[in-house]
Design a protein around this ligand. Sequence first.
Ligand SMILES: [Zn+2]
Length: 248
Amino acid sequence: MIGQQHHESGAHFAFTDRWGGVSAAPYEQLNLGGAVGDDPQAVRTNRARAAGALGLDPAAVIWMNQVHGRDVAVVDGPWRDADVPCVDAVVTARRGLALAVLTADCTPVLLADPVAGVTGAAHAGRPGLVAGVVPAAVEAMTELGAEPARILAYTGPAICGRCYEVPDRMRSDVAAVVPEAHATTSWGTPAVDVTAGVRAQLAAAGVPVRDDPHIPPVCTRESADHFSYRRDRTTGRLASYVWLDGEL
Ligand SMILES: [Zn+2]
């Protein structure tokens, strides 16, 4: 269920895989996305199960309506369902509040400054990479008191640069903004490496990107344990969570 989890300085970073939930095919099993055609009751059950496995109250988990933009929401407590904003990043200065990102090939980015008590989570696909949603999240965290050099940053399961084939012109357009995202598929065609691009953006923002043996890179398209939109089209969504120890 929880494929990878890591704790550091009171900060928690967790990434799900597709197993351990109640959703039927093609969303089997642990689909955590509410806008992909799955049974809403199954998604609620799955979200409760995942939260329980992480020791979180499901009501303390902040979800987004992700739209491939660069807007960031500042959140200071659980929001009502009707109030969930259309953003691709959230930041908070509330310890105990968990921020969640939904993905199935896009890159989830988890950020935490345990000293300042500030966390951030971002959803970066190709459009978000070009739009700069990750640097926007870092900037929003800084406004809440975080220091980039102190931020712990992790990227989660995502399609890799050897799998994410795009038209040559699209690769050129992305590389014009983020050169580090220029890639080639394992079969020799143009590709984009969103995770490499995001990591370059973080480094440029002064955030040291971590490589942790507890969080080995996973390519969603190549892993049968993860949802992949590119591979399966109609499929579920993985979730990535970040939070700091503390009472909500
Ligand atoms: Zn791959």
